[in-house]
Write a protein that binds this ligand. Structure first.
Ligand SMILES: Nc1ncnc2c1ncn2[C@@H]1O[C@H](COP(=O)(O)OP(=O)(O)OP(=O)(O)O)[C@@H](O)[C@H]1O
Ligand SMILES: [Mg+2]
Length: 226
């Protein structure tokens, strides 16, 4: 297995209002293998969101390297980091940010427009992605006409439709009930095993751990288990 994304000795400090410094991540090293589902787990405040944001080029570390495809992406210009996020990566968040006036299909198709996929390919790709998440029968429903789990699956379809190299999901199951949450994680597992996708997700739910290929445990900003 090849390492597609690597974090090396990451430190992330935040300066807060009263002038003190919070160390959210301290000397964190992780290797994300291509074609695997990696889980970052840990209690609230342990640094999961900070780490996934740094891995996904949404934030920069105070020190340390993030190597993607052989390049240290912390040194790239904002424009290059923006391109990386738009074309090579995809994001799924805890609260599903779908456009409420658009159907499931339109939401996914709109995402493809943003990724500058040519019009001739958008319909095929959008439908394919919705089939992959098992929503072929709900394509023309608006978010308000879908369950919470179905809405999260639309968000996942939107994320995978442009065939990103890596999908980042920060607590994608936090707002779902246990059964629905398990379905979403199983879907991730299926995308990894059948479509060879690379997915990184954070969670504090212990029931998800056996599904992952690799689990990193964070405690107070440090990796304590792998
Ligand atoms: N912008 C910020 N400014 C100051 N401190 C921050 C900032 N973002 C995060 N922190 C601090 O860094 C630590 C890690 O936060 P982070 O959001 O990464 O935790 P988390 O593991 O994702 O928690 P949760 O499970 O609640 O989402 C916390 O102590 C938090 O207070
Ligand atoms: Mg978080």
């Amino acid at each position: 297995m090849a390492v597609i994304l690597k974090a090396d000795k990451i430190v992330r400090e935040f300066k807060i209002g009263d002038g003190t410094t919070v160390t959210a991540l301290n000397n964190v090293c992780v290797d994300i293998e291509e074609g695997q589902l990696t889980i970052l787990r840990g209690r609230s405040g342990s640094g999961k969101t900070t780490l996934i944001n740094i891995l996904g080029a949404l934030d920069k570390p105070t020190s340390g390297e993030v190597v993607f495809d052989g390049k240290d992406i912390t040194k790239l210009s904002e424009k290059k980091r923006d391109d990386l996020r738009r074309y090579n990566m995809a994001f799924v968040f805890q609260s599903v940010a779908l456009i409420s006036s658009m159907t499931a299909y339109e939401n996914v198709e709109f995402g493809l427009r943003l990724a500058k996929i040519p019009a001739s390919e958008r319909e095929k790709r959008a439908k394919e992605a919705l089939v992959q998440v098992g929503l072929e029968k709900r394509m023309h429903h608006r978010p308000g006409e879908l369950s919470g789990g179905e809405q999260q699956r639309v968000a996942i379809a939107r994320a995978i439709a442009h065939k990103p190299q890596i999908v980042f999901a920060d607590e994608p199951t936090a707002e779902l009930d246990t059964t629905t949450a398990l379905h979403v994680v199983k879907l991730f597992k299926e995308l990894v095993s059948k479509q060879k996708m690379t997915i990184i997700m954070t969670t504090h739910d212990p029931s998800m751990m056996d599904i992952a290929d690799k689990v990193y445990t964070l405690e107070d900003g440090e990796i304590v288990g792998e």
